[in-house]
Write a protein that binds this ligand. Structure first.
Ligand code: ZN
Length: 494
């Protein structure tokens, strides 16, 4: 074996071990949110911290620099793998060890404080810890940017190869059309019937599991459990999702599960050859969100699939309070002014994201003081949504992200919507029978198209390349806005 082969073998063996430990970490978190005994929380925090130390040390391993310098890729996938390992290593070594430890400590402390503050509607009690987190994030961003823009460096941890300025341009073009459409829909005065239950918990879970499998979720390599917040966890052969049930509202359980199924299907469909390597997972948060969103919205909330789902709902629950499939479709897509991002409709959702993106960029740039955040949030919300924020839990305390140190994460949600818009346009062009298939509850061709065009590649191609090759066009907001205008224009007669 040549010296070169040895370096690459060593590099890849090291990467495989790190990828396996990443999966172990996800299993620990999954367990914590689902079945862990309540009294085990403190011990679990120690277990997670110990494993995190091991994983971080592996990414910092000084031998990586030598192996990386010598490793010669044999093909494009190996080149991609080497580049990711180098990028992860570069980000890790640019972050001073004491700063990394402090970031981890504050993000765990911050989430605890946020839970208390949100419950007590206590912004003042949360500000000192948020102030510390923002200061640490600015420092971390600056360290990782190595002379570049701090926010861009944070963003790159979730969506590589795009800058905040590029995202701001896309959002700037989206905003006028979105606001105009939302205003016309709200001014239409059209009333939408809401579903009436009750909706039995066991029946909801049974229907939800059936729907997840229709969307291609493989229960031999996954499972669905209950948790406070729906999430997807794991890659490859073990990808689990969680859901939650509200007996008054079956749509929450159904659509959050379809959303998480999109995330999970992406992870399950990555080429098995990449399993337990740096390539064996979704390539970025934005591309991940494109899969969850297209499953949930373009497919799951589309008129054709809603027709099939209405029949299933009636079989499962009897009379659900709406007379026909059209009324059910309208209920599923009801546009309403709301305060909470995670409960918002397809039109308001991106406005929530744009607002958070602008505020967090200003915080990291130092243009907005943490002490002024609540006022800035409330002013912006009223300007964008037309109603004043009644309480912090419906305002700046509603999301966990900032308390957990996740700065640069929010814009990837809307980027995911933009990618989903591009992908859906391409899918419809490729699959002329799509509407008929969806109307009979057959998601097979649609999900197979996504598995082939996007999911199987894992991280073997860069995020933008995945979308561009799947669609044959560049990434643009046009298809998403065309889709929204057509859908909600028809629903609301505007
Ligand atoms: Zn998601």
């Amino acid at each position: 074996m040549t010296a070169q082969g040895t370096a690459k073998d060593a590099l890849f063996a090291h990467d495989a071990g790190t990828a396996a430990l990443d999966q172990v970490m996800m299993r620990l978190h999954w367990d914590q949110e689902t079945v862990m005994p309540r009294g085990a929380a403190d011990q679990r925090a120690e277990e997670i911290a110990a494993l995190e130390t091991v994983i971080h040390a592996r990414r910092m391993d000084p031998r990586l620099a030598d192996w990386l310098a010598e490793a010669e890729p044999a093909d494009a996938a190996e080149a991609a793998r080497i580049r990711w390992i180098a990028e992860d290593h570069g980000r890790a070594v640019r972050l001073p060890a004491d700063l990394a430890a402090e970031l981890a400590r504050m993000s765990s402390l911050g989430q605890g404080r946020w839970v208390e503050a949100r419950k007590a509607e206590d912004v003042a009690g949360f500000l000192p810890v948020l102030e510390r987190i923002v200061a640490l994030q600015r420092e971390a961003g600056a360290a990782m940017a190595a002379g570049g823009d701090a926010y861009d460096a944070l963003l790159a941890g979730y969506e590589p190869d795009i800058t905040a300025a590029e995202i701001a341009e896309i959002f700037g073009r989206m905003r006028p059309r979105l606001v105009d459409l939302k205003d016309r829909v709200l001014a239409s005065g059209r009333q939408v019937a809401e579903l009436k239950g009750p909706f039995d918990t066991a029946a909801q879970l049974a229907l939800t599991a059936r729907v997840a499998q229709r969307f291609g979720y493989d229960m031999d390599h996954g499972r669905i459990d209950l948790a406070v917040h729906p999430f997807s966890s794991g890659s490859g052969a073990d990808v689990r999702i969680t859901t939650r049930v509200d007996e008054a509202d079956p749509l929450g359980c159904l659509y959050s599960t379809i959303h998480e199924t999109g995330h999970a299907a992406y992870e399950q469909h990555v080429d098995p050859a990449y399993r337990l390597t740096r390539l064996g997972k979704g390539v970025s948060m934005g591309v991940h969100e494109s899969q969850s969103r297209i499953y949930e919205n373009q497919l799951g909330r589309g008129r054709a699939f809603c027709g099939w789902l209405f029949g299933e709902m009636q079989t499962e629950f009897g009379d659900i309070g709406v007379p026909d499939a059209d009324a059910f479709y309208a209920a599923v897509n009801r546009v309403h002014r709301g305060f909470i991002r995670t409960e918002s409709d397809e039109l308001h959702y991106n406005l929530h994201i744009m607002m958070r993106f602008d505020l967090e960029r200003a915080l990291i740039a130092g243009d907005l003081a943490v002490g002024d955040l609540e006022a800035a949030w409330n002013d912006r919300f009223e300007a964008d949504f037309g109603v004043p924020v009644p309480a912090p839990s419906k305002g700046m305390l509603q999301d966990v992200h900032w308390s957990a140190g996740l700065f640069g994460y929010f814009p990837t949600y809307s980027l995911g919507n933009v990618y989903a818009g591009c992908l859906f346009a391409a899918m419809k062009a490729d699959l002329p029978g799509l509407e008929g298939e969806l109307a009979s509850g057959d998601l097979g061709p649609a999900t197979a198209w996504l598995a082939e065009k996007v999911q199987r590649h894992g991280a073997s191609k860069r995020p933008r390349t995945v979308i561009e090759e799947a669609t044959g066009t560049g990434v643009t907001e046009g298809p998403l806005l065309d889709y929204l205008e057509a859908k909600f224009g028809a629903l609301y007669g505007v």
